[in-house]
Design a protein around this ligand. Structure first.
Ligand code: GTP
Length: 597
């Protein structure tokens, strides 16, 4: 295909505005797959993504389209991840294409992730085609939403395409707009090979599959290639395209998007944004701006049943093969035994990995409090990174601590603005901006990441009845009065419950935590003191009183089956408990104790 007949694009949208449905519809209407092969949401390949309705791994599809002018075009769609945690991957993969469809749900309007994602597209110099989706719904209000796109994003929406990805209305117009409004790619076929590594994932048959966009030169089967960032050389054993099934072809040329396999064992050897070239006759200039994504949120993962530690190691190693942005190292906790300290791009990433371990590998986990990376400046001038509150050094050696801060953008209907401001204020936020677009407010806050990682998003959703949307980016480190708070149960410190807190909030947080734990820990035969402490000083205390009677006593002696049932129930409950000294603490306590209402 000549360059003039190729169009490369992505779809940017807020979650649930219909990105996957529209992609399916474009594939279907061009007969890329027969109706029978067409599965709902075929671009979301993993079950967990489908269940949560989010797309995590970028995938791509090549569509052949005969336009109304009779010409044949090749349209390459890249499906980018839709969540804040994966912002870096989104911004990189956008550089592999020339344009974007900006999909906005015409019953909803612009949301925080619409903004975040469209800014990535604007930064990547995309031509942007606005698409108003869900026009089949009675609540659709295209004029209002088009105006909002112009006001809030500042792009012309007068020719926005009105679409129902559900009924198929407006799909031809969308395809025509891709052909006529988006620019063709550029590239020199005679220059040395320069390709961008757009994405990669592990396949159990083929090894790592690498998605590339050819900038210059030509890539062929059996070529020897080099990844310029880590210098590794590989023999290409397959190249091809997605239609959307993998289809092998002979060569990939400038402007094209396709895959290669080269017996690569680990996804972490293939970093998104890296430049691929030939071993011989390489390009002299790598693509600019490469930086691998770094984990920002850390937590401990421990098996509930310590006999499952090796299974957990196995599961984590397998998941890490396929996820370069997930980090792990072994950790031992006095209370929880052997486990792993894991690093994630954000909370959603954490949840996805935790769920996969529990579901795909059937291992019950205790997840410790998520923590961010603190910078500890020692009196001797050294700086150390603290990934785990349990590793906090001797305070007499510490000069000061810094914590990561974020810039959070929240879009919310007027009615809930007060609650949102209060929430941000409660989380030590500093307001940076407040503007209106119609009946919606856009608030921008500078917040400590530490106050956001745990349950900020849940709280935001609940105080706004789900109407607020949220996006954030890291802005750097700042000094504050931070201390480590320990929790003691029956006079024994439970390291997995240690957290870093702001000094002025420590009493309040400590009190809330011990009160929660008092409710979460079942009664024992003895009295259990539960305390929060900073250094050696107790700042909050509750006492769980002793159990009075045998639980089975109320099953009047005779009924053996009832008694058995009750004991079985207790046993099942027990499975989710861990022993700390003489005390059983249920697994849910580790998460619930940290939630702030
Ligand atoms: P993420 O993958 O989470 O980013 O979501 P998405 O943007 O891909 O949204 P998805 O395509 O999963 O659509 C979200 C919901 O809206 C689904 O229940 C769709 O069936 C529905 N939907 C999508 N397009 C339309 C439309 O044009 N009309 C109607 N009525 N519903 C639609």
């Amino acid at each position: 295909t000549p360059l003039s007949h190729i169009r490369n694009f992505s779809i940017v949208a807020h979650i649930d505005h219909g990105k996957s449905t529209l992609a399916d519809r474009l594939i279907q209407s061009t007969n890329t797959v027969s109706a029978r092969e067409m599965k709902e949401q075929m671009l979301d390949s993993m079950d967990i993504e489908r269940e949560r309705g989010i797309t995590i791994k970028a995938q791509t599809v090549r569509i052949n389209y005969t336009a109304e002018n009779g010409e044949e075009y090749v349209l390459n769609l890249i499906d980018t991840p839709g969540h804040v945690d994966f912002a870096y991957e989104v911004s990189r993969s956008m550089r592999a294409v020339e344009g974007s469809l900006l999909v906005v749900d015409s019953t909803q309007g612009v949301e925080a992730q619409t903004l975040a994602n469209v800014y990535h597209a604007i930064e990547a110099d995309h031509e942007i085609v606005p698409v108003l989706n869900k026009i089949d719904l009675p609540a659709s209000d295209c004029d209002r939403v088009a105006e909002q796109i112009e006001d809030v994003i500042g792009i012309d929406a007068s020719e926005a395409i009105r679409v129902s990805a559900k009924t198929g209305q407006g799909i031809t117009e969308t395809l025509e707009a891709i052909v006529h409004k988006l620019p063709a790619p550029k590239g020199n076929p005679d220059a040395p090979l320069k390709a961008m590594l757009v994405d990669s994932w592990y396949d159990s048959y083929l090894g790592v599959i690498v998605l590339v966009r050819i900038m210059d030169g030509q890539l062929k089967k059996n070529d020897r290639i080099r990844f310029m960032q880590n210098g590794t050389v590989h023999h290409v054993d397959r190249i091809g395209v997605f239609r959307p099934a993998m289809t092998e072809i002979d060569s990939l040329n400038p402007g094209e998007i396709g895959f290669l396999t080269a017996s690569i064992k680990q996804v972490r050897d293939t970093r998104v944004g890296d430049t691929v070239t030939h071993e011989k006759n390489p390009t002299d200039k790598a693509l600019p701006g490469f930086k691998p994504s770094q984990p920002v949120v850390f937590c401990g993962l421990f098996p509930v049943d310590s006999a499952e530690f090796e299974d957990l190691r196995d599961a984590i190693e397998k998941l890490a093969l396929n996820d370069a942005s997930f980090s792990y190292e072994m950790e031992t906790s006095a209370a929880l035994g052997f486990g792993f300290r894991c690093g994630f791009l954000g909370l959603l990433h954490l949840e996805v990995i935790r769920d996969r371990i529990e579901r795909e590998y059937d291992i019950e986990l205790i997840t410790t409090a998520p923590s961010v990376i603190y910078h500890i400046h020692m009196k001797d001038g050294e700086m150390m990174e603290l990934h785990n509150p349990a590793d906090m050094p001797d305070l007499t050696l510490v000069d000061h601590l810094q914590e990561p801060r974020i810039k959070a953008t929240i879009l919310v209907p007027d009615d809930y603005l007060g609650d949102v401001l209060k929430l941000c204020q409660d989380r030590r936020g500093i307001q940076l901006d407040l503007t209106y677009a119609g009946s919606r407010a856009m608030v921008v806050y500078d917040l400590p990441l530490n106050e956001v990682v745990f349950d900020f998003y849940d709280r935001l959703k609940s105080v706004t009845k789900g109407y607020a949307s949220f996006d954030y980016q890291m802005i750097g480190y700042r000094e504050d009065k931070l201390v480590k708070m320990s929790i003691l149960v029956n006079d024994e410190p439970v390291d997995a419950l240690s957290t870093m807190v702001h000094r002025d909030r420590a009493e309040q947080r400590g009190r809330a935590m011990v009160e929660k734990l008092k409710d979460l820990i079942p009664r024992h035969m003895f009295k259990i003191p539960i305390q929060a402490a900073i250094g050696g000083k107790v700042i909050a205390r509750e006492t769980l009183s002793a159990m009075r009677k045998d639980v089975t006593a109320k099953c009047y002696g005779g009924d053996a089956t009832r008694k058995r049932k009750l004991l079985d129930k207790q046993k099942a409950g027990k499975k989710k408990m861990r022993q700390f000294g003489k005390v059983d603490i249920p697994q849910e306590a580790f998460i619930s104790a940290l939630k702030m209402d």
